[in-house]
Design a protein around this ligand. Structure first.
Ligand code: KG4
Ligand code: ZN
Length: 338
């Protein structure tokens, strides 16, 4: 039995999970509702909430796994990237806990963990694990990358956003529409009822496999501003609201898929995955499934492994555990970088 405890605290979710090898035993996530009315994550409030949540979340994860803390073989934690104050809570806790149990500590890169979430297995569920090499479109609130994965820890970023992340584009569009943070899931929900072709926005034109979302955001802002100038009650009409959501979602997905298709053509790799918070988006999931018709082997994570969670940290930790790739107790978190 190789029980690994994973701890994730990079942004606004406090999470702990126990895996036995790659098999998930528990995955507990405490969301922080304290940010909803601020239109984004407030770092100081996030750190404080992590401090309050971390012990109960870890205790619950161990209890739900049906084991005792003495059975843990190692503790994996998110070292970065993320908000420094938030990362410090998970890092300090992981260190102290590993020290007290006298077991190895394993540092995990949050973005690598989003990709490695595809290797988590569940009891009585057929696993759909990508074969190497594969491409992964990693889309979250802080990142948008096309990554080539040749082995668990041999990852190369072949495309990335030069400004906003795609999750940020969703959240900023939602904010412009007066929807609470995080807006991505709400845009997704509304988009299902709307017409994606009613509004068009200026699309970015960036060379190669890189992305840009800041122009799209500005174009959306100006469109909504002009619509409100003509009719101050425009957004109160349900149909207008859902059409705007469907149209911006369509524009974001179109942009994401265009470069991903280009990456498949350039690399000749047809095993293609998505990961990160935005991979929960139903439109993106459908756009990926459509590519099966073009011969892609498509890998879409389960919803619980798309947004930030500690199961992905634990599985990444397990692969490092197999290599005895352990961290020292002086390790410190980092906020930026892939
Ligand atoms: O991976 P994640 O939980 O945290 C980061 O590492 O950033 O991603 C959060 C992002 C947010 O921007 C959120 O709005 C977006 O993922 N998101 C979605 C959906 N669910 C979460 N965006 C679009 N559609 C969704 N269904
Ligand atoms: Zn994330």
């Amino acid at each position: 039995m190789e029980y690994i405890l994973g701890i994730e605290s990079s942004c606004d979710d406090t999470s702990a999970a126990v895996l036995n090898g790659t098999l998930i035993m528990s995955n507990v996530i405490a969301n922080q509702s304290v940010h909803n009315s601020f239109g984004g994550v407030v770092p100081e409030l996030a750190s404080r909430a992590h401090q309050q949540n971390i012990i109960p979340v870890v205790e619950t994860a161990i209890k739900r796994a049906g084991i005792s803390k003495e059975q843990l073989k190692a503790i994996a934690f998110t070292r970065g990237p993320g908000l420094l104050g938030s990362l410090l809570v998970g890092t300090s806790f992981a260190k102290s806990f590993a020290y007290s149990l006298n077991i190895p500590l394993i540092e995990v890169n949050h973005m690598e963990a989003h990709v490695l979430a595809h290797f988590i297995t569940e009891e009585n569920k057929p696993a759909n694990i990508p074969e190497f090499p594969f491409l992964c479109l990693t889309v979250s609130g802080g990142h948008t990358q096309i990554v080539r994965i040749d082995s668990h820890f041999n990852m190369t970023i072949i495309g990335r956003t030069i400004d906003d992340a795609s999750g940020e584009a969703f959240d900023k569009a939602a904010k412009i529409l007066g929807l609470p943070y995080p807006g991505g899931p709400l845009v997704d929900k509304n988009a299902k009822l709307g017409n994606p072709n009613r509004f068009t926005f200026s699309k970015p034109n960036i060379p190669g496999l890189d992305y840009s979302f800041s122009g799209l955001k500005t174009s959306f802002l100006y469109t909504v501003r002009d619509l409100l100038k003509n009719d101050p009650h425009f957004l109160e009409n349900e149909e207008n609201m859902v059409d705007l959501c469907a149209s911006i979602q369509h524009a974001i997905i179109d942009t994401l898929m265009k470069k991903l298709i280009m990456a498949v053509k350039e690399t000749g790799i047809r095993n293609v995955a998505i990961a990160g918070g935005v991979s929960a988006n139903s439109g993106l999931r459908n756009a990926m499934l459509e590519q099966k018709n073009n011969g892609w082997n498509v890998f879409i994570p389960e919803f619980q492994f798309t947004t930030d969670n500690a199961a992905m940290i634990a599985v990444a930790g397990y692969f490092k555990y197999l290599k005895s790739d352990f961290a020292g107790l002086t390790v410190a978190p980092f906020s930026r970088g892939a």
